[in-house]
Ligand binder design. Structure first.
Ligand code: COI
Length: 354
């Protein structure tokens, strides 16, 4: 791998007390190109523009996939990655669905660890801080025929972050627009999924909601996701999340929360949740909590859900599952709680393991 370190870091210019999610980038980026049927040598260089011709395929047909992952700093100053292998596997699952050649593991892992070694100062200590890592692959060949590209670019960029949303979320149930359909791309991280979600989300924001709860495309009756997150509903003391049916993204945070909740002795169900069940549970006082999970947000409490004219207000529980699960996952990610699951890996040690 070719590495060209940046001569002078930009870190002094960053106000870490006022970070806006995804708007600040660390000093370095990784770039690797696919051409003539194979991936070339990866290169790490200072974060900079990538020249592109107007006929570049991704600009026309959106052939692009991405990941979201995070690095954390322990009290001792070590940099930890959370479930990196799962992100690597999911990136390739997404790539396959969008007809993008899979990225070899050594390019992904070596690149990831090298960039984190160079940019380790950008991972700040403290429970609220992390470095959000964005690996992505896009069609970089030039041709405006609607066809698969024969050239691709894989990149990794990093962005220091605190919280994704300020405060609790107030969401509306979406029953007109759809995020994903059976047989579509909802189960993978295709860039186009997010582009298609912007318009309905904008309409919801104009009405004062912070996000949308997506429902199934056939009847708009079953809950699927909350914005860019997986959704969790607590009815009495049972925690329920929609089953991965092919239209829902298999969140790595979702999978971690499932495991942690089971190990805390919470009854967890992965199954369909209908709007009628949600409303009935609310009317009878059995709907105790609703929250979202995702890499960017971690675990976030949902303060109200509106369906048409009916608003379900949710108050904070003394024994909140969301709170307990959030504390635990953050504790593991920052190295403050024991990691029984083998989820965290130290940047330096993983790299020198091979
Ligand atoms: C993540 O949680 O990593 C996501 O993919 C959300 C992203 C759109 C910021």
């Amino acid at each position: 791998m070719k590495i060209t370190p940046k001569g002078h870091s930009n870190i002094q210019d960053v106000d870490f007390n006022n970070l806006q999610f995804g708007a600040t980038f660390s000093d370095h980026m990784l770039i690797c190109k696919y051409k003539d049927g194979k991936w070339g040598e990866a290169e790490i260089k200072p974060y900079q523009p990538i020249p592109m011709m107007p006929g570049t395929q991704v600009l026309h047909y959106g052939q692009s996939v991405f990941e979201g992952m995070k690095a954390f700093k322990t009290k001792e100053g070590k940099v930890l990655l959370f479930r990196e292998e799962d992100n690597f596997n999911r990136l390739n699952k997404s790539a396959k669905r969008i007809c993008i050649p899979e990225i070899p593991k050594d390019i992904f892992m070596d690149g990831l660890h090298e960039i984190l070694k160079l940019d380790s100062d950008w991972v700040k200590q403290g429970d609220n801080y992390s470095l959000y890592i964005r690996p992505f692959i896009f069609a970089s060949g030039q041709c405006i025929k609607a066809t698969i590209s024969d050239e691709y670019t894989f990149m990794i960029i990093c962005s220091p972050t605190t919280t994704y949303y300020a405060g609790d979320m107030h969401v509306k149930i979406e029953q007109k627009y759809t995020r994903a359909v059976k047989g579509g791309t909802g189960a993978v991280k295709a860039a186009g999924n997010y582009a298609a979600s912007f318009y309905p989300t904008k309409l919801a924001r104009e009405k004062g909601f912070s996000q949308i709860i997506w429902t199934d495309s056939e009847n708009h009756e079953y809950l699927e996701e909350a914005g860019t997150m997986n959704i969790w509903v607590r009815i009495d003391d049972t925690l329920i999340t929609p089953k991965l049916s092919g239209t829902i993204l298999g969140g790595i945070t979702r999978d971690s929360i499932l495991q942690l909740a089971k190990d805390m002795g919470i009854t967890v169900e992965e199954r369909a949740i209908s709007i009628s069940e949600l409303r009935e549970a609310h009317q009878s006082g059995r709907l105790k909590e609703v929250f979202g999970t995702g890499t960017a947000v971690s675990v976030i409490f949902i303060g109200s859900i509106t369906q048409g004219d009916y608003k379900m207000q949710l108050s904070k529980q003394e024994d909140s599952y969301a709170q307990k699960l959030k504390k635990t996952i953050i504790g593991i990610q920052h190295g403050n709680l024991e990691d029984k699951y083998g989820w965290v890996a130290e940047v330096e040690s993983v790299f020198s393991r091979q």
